[in-house]
Design a protein around this ligand. Structure first.
Ligand code: CO
Ligand code: ZN
Length: 322
């Protein structure tokens, strides 16, 4: 299922294929609906507080802005992209067309900016390029799914891992101690735009977002206590929120009791859907669990399946009545 999820096309604002896949998977377990922005909202009825879990369906990508006379495409990022991460990577459009990102060769690598880059789709003229791609078309990064032992390398891990975790959880819910809403949001990467209206409509008592986080375990990485394979991360703070003490305690106490490895996460930049759920309406106690992930926002995002499994069982233990 994870392999399928990371193969689906879904740059921010174009999540339809991911939403269709998720809706189909959830139908046996939940009342599923889609709101006017495209968020998928699945309700699994239970007694108790209303708990919203959120993961985003969209992925970072690019949008075509201009087609050169020779058929090369100029583009802008959709979501946060570093020039280093995209050079000589492949992108795939909704219609299956694949292009290669290259850069003007008279620019030193350290000075390369995305505006100096272009996409080569093998077209020899503007007219032949226009037969395949239009202005405004989006593409996601093309990547393989590589699994070596517990370690997976793939694009779109951010945040199809979160979607995978919530789908896996839905299969395991028997007797929930919460009135549970699984929300699969749109447009996280371009400003948390799906989480805002869905948190308003669900109107939860408490919430937990599920996403990826950076690690500090690679050569010369900034000092960060999170390591790949050392357990699901319980977020304390990121670039835009301080998580709820009440939810952190719930996550930590459950992990301890159930012997699920965990680590605390303080991320200095970036955020998740959790930050806007927390401040929706009159405020919602909100926590975040994160899968430690190396090389986020590249086609080589790398993480451990052990951390993913730990995260799923942590949520399951919190939700299922003992
Ligand atoms: Co992201
Ligand atoms: Zn994310």
């Amino acid at each position: 299922m994870l392999r399928e999820l990371v193969s689906l096309y879904g740059p921010s604002g174009r999540e339809g294929a991911v939403a269709d896949y998720i809706e189909n998977k959830l139908k046996p377990y939940a009342d599923v609906s889609r709101d006017s922005m495209g968020n998928v909202i699945a309700h699994i009825k239970g007694e108790g507080k209303k708990l919203m879990l959120a993961a985003h369906m969209d992925e970072i990508g690019i949008m075509v802005t201009y087609i050169e006379d020779k058929g090369f495409l100029r583009f802008v990022p959709v979501g946060g992209l570093s020039p280093m991460a995209v050079l000589y990577q492949k992108v795939k459009f909704k219609n299956g067309v694949i292009g290669v990102i290259a850069c003007s060769e008279d620019i030193e690598p350290k000075d390369m900016k995305i505006k100096d880059m272009y996409i080569d789709i093998g077209a020899d003229s503007k007219a032949s390029a226009q037969k395949k791609v239009q202005i405004g078309d989006m593409a996601g990064f093309y990547s393989e799914f590589i699994c070596q032992g517990d370690i997976v390398t793939t694009g779109k891990a951010d945040d199809r891992i979160g979607c995978f975790m919530l789908l896996s959880l839905a299969e395991k819910i028997k007797n929930p101690s919460y009135d549970l809403y699984l929300v699969f949001t749109v447009q996280e990467e371009v400003g948390l735009r799906g989480a805002t209206p869905s948190a308003f409509s669900v109107n939860p008592d408490i919430a937990i977002a599920v996403d990826v986080t950076d690690t500090g375990d690679t050569p010369s990485a900034p000092a960060m206590a999170v390591e790949m394979g050392k357990g699901i991360a319980i977020k304390i703070k990121d670039g835009r929120m301080v998580t709820s003490e009440e939810i952190v305690a719930l996550l930590e106490n459950t992990a301890k009791k159930e012997n699920i490895p965990y680590q605390f996460e303080v991320m200095t930049a970036g955020t998740t859907d959790g930050s806007v759920i927390q401040t929706s309406r009159e405020g919602v106690p909100t926590g975040v669990i994160s899968v430690p992930c190396r090389y986020i926002h590249t086609p080589c995002e790398t993480f451990s399946l052990k951390d993913v499994e730990g995260g799923i069982s942590l949520l399951e233990k919190i939700i299922n009545k003992g």
